[in-house]
Design a protein around this ligand. Structure first.
Ligand code: MG
Length: 227
């Protein structure tokens, strides 16, 4: 019987893609560059690729933060300091929040029956800012940000450290819910807990790898699934 839920934050509860597009537009604007859709799309792809390298242990967090801008600026022949833009970007990313549809309501409902923890690979200052702004902490028993934990999803070390902080923790009573197959679902499999893959229409693939135990395409369907 499931009694403990681990939720990913970005693109599971909060719309990271929207926050990212907004932050990159404002950060480039600060150095006199008017961001085009092409730049935003390119940044999105570069950023995603750098985070995948972090998940694989091939890149440090500090390298990710700088390299994404270096690569973007190379692509568009932009001659400004990546450090300066990175700093502005980080500040903007930590401000405000956009909910994924149903997130607040679902957390509120589920928090009556389950212990809910957050498991996220995001940057500490950014995630703290977004959590505060969103007001969802009242539904959570704990928040595990990888920068604080010292390991990243999907590593087993990350999950074991989280588990050690959950009172009366039992693997068989725990499920992870997240949008990323490579960090959330792979992480859940590594850790030996149930996995629920949340995907929006654009992310749907016929044969997801690794294979999650369950799939949902709206957060609200969790309410039925976890009845
Ligand atoms: Mg995510």
């Amino acid at each position: 019987m499931i009694d403990t839920l681990l939720f990913d934050l970005d693109n599971t509860l909060l719309d990271f893609d929207k926050a990212e597009a907004n932050a990159i537009t404002r950060a480039l604007g600060d150095v006199g560059i008017s961001a085009t859709n092409e730049m935003r799309d390119c940044y999105h792809k570069i950023n995603l690729a750098q985070w995948k390298l972090l998940e694989q242990g091939k890149m440090t967090r500090e390298e990710v933060k700088m390299r994404r801008f270096k690569l973007l600026f190379q692509e568009f022949d932009i001659k400004v300091s990546p450090q300066e833009v990175a700093k502005h970007y980080q500040d903007y990313l930590g401000q405000g929040h956009y909910f994924i549809e149903g997130a607040e309501e679902v957390l509120q409902e589920l928090s009556k029956r389950f212990r809910i923890y957050l498991v996220t690979n995001g940057t500490l200052s950014v995630q703290r800012g977004r959590l505060k702004s969103s007001g969802i902490e009242k539904y959570l028993q704990g928040v595990f940000i990888s920068e604080e934990i010292g390991y990243n999803k999907p590593s087993i070390e990350y999950f074991e450290k989280c588990f050690s902080k959950i009172p009366d923790f039992k693997k068989e009573n725990t499920a992870i819910i997240g949008d990323s197959l490579s960090s959330d679902i792979q992480g859940g499999i590594n850790a030996g807990i149930k996995t629920i893959w949340f995907h929006r229409a654009q992310d749907l693939t016929e044969d997801p790898q690794p294979k999650p135990d369950y799939e949902i395409n709206s957060l609200k369907s969790l309410l039925k699934m976890l009845k």
